[in-house]
Design a protein around this ligand. Sequence first.
Ligand code: SAH
Length: 356
Amino acid sequence: MTPLAEILSRRIALSGPITVADYMAECLLHPEHGYYSTRDPFGTGGDFTTAPEISQMFGEMLGLCLAQAWLDQGAPVPFVLAEPGPGRGTLMADMLRATRGVPGFHAAMQLHLVEASPTLRARQRRTLEGYEVQWHDTLTDLPSLPLFLVANEFLDALPIRQFERRGSGWAERMVGTDAGQLVFGLAPLAPVASLAHRLADTREGDIVETCAPAQAVVETVAAHVAAHGGAAIFIDYGGWHSLGDTLQALRDHAPDHPLAHPGQADLTAHVDFEPLAAAAKDCAVSALTPQGVLLERLGITARAQALASRLSGEALQSHVAAHRRLTHPEEMGNLFKALALAAKGSPLPPGFAHEP
Ligand code: SAH
């Protein structure tokens, strides 16, 4: 049993089963035993790899994309460049390097990161040495300035709740204990107002998921952009809306049972973009765009060729593999989706189109 499993078992024995959301939040961010609180999980030595860790091209494309959005909105001075959940800070570092040549961009920018993990804050500080950075606990703390924001694999780490369809009601999936082990169970049937529309596309026994914190994030960003201008890009794995259990645990680059190693495995869930698009209704919202399509539109192939011309041997092979991994429909290209928003009346960031 992990130390966190013991803590959670004692809590459940005292006060009853907890929601999947409570479980996920404790696993990821418990101050002493949480997965992100205690480690840097990225890269080949860690538990999983993300797009910015695969290739510098990912951050370069997104940096230039946001810089163009800034130019399209009249290059406001000053403005906030923000990222929630920056991991190692790699995406931001690549964005900053790529935008150095955009006249006025760096001089006008204030860098703001939202990060819950002290360990990863320290890592980000090292990665972004030489830049003046401000860290925050929540997005509501950002200064009232035009906001250009990117979030990659941030929303999938926010706690989800799961509900199983029973007749015309829903039973919430809970984490309890049985014979000293953490187990999934179901709470008594209850109506769930926010799932009324899902009665039409689900059947008895189906599981659907909700993520109120992700909706709150997008709502906060959309309200900020509507009030002060700017644009935001959210990239994550998922689809329009979920059907089925998408909670997954990764440990040492291999799937793990979500209840097996609380605090020692990464826990994520597919991101549902339909409720997020609805939460951004104060802004113009793009069509949901596959990551591969977005990166191609932003010119990743030309950039990949330019970089390739300076490489040979193994370095060239791994560069070609990284390009494929980010864009190919059978790799990350289709599984990962991007959604952009901008103030109504402003153009969407390049690479994005309005809903047809
Ligand atoms: N964007 C990075 C890292 C993704 S992992 C990349 O693409 O590599 C998720 C990141 O979100 C981590 O930095 C984690 O510590 C942070 N995080 C998770 N939950 C958070 C929360 N509730 N508030 C702020 N940061 C959070």
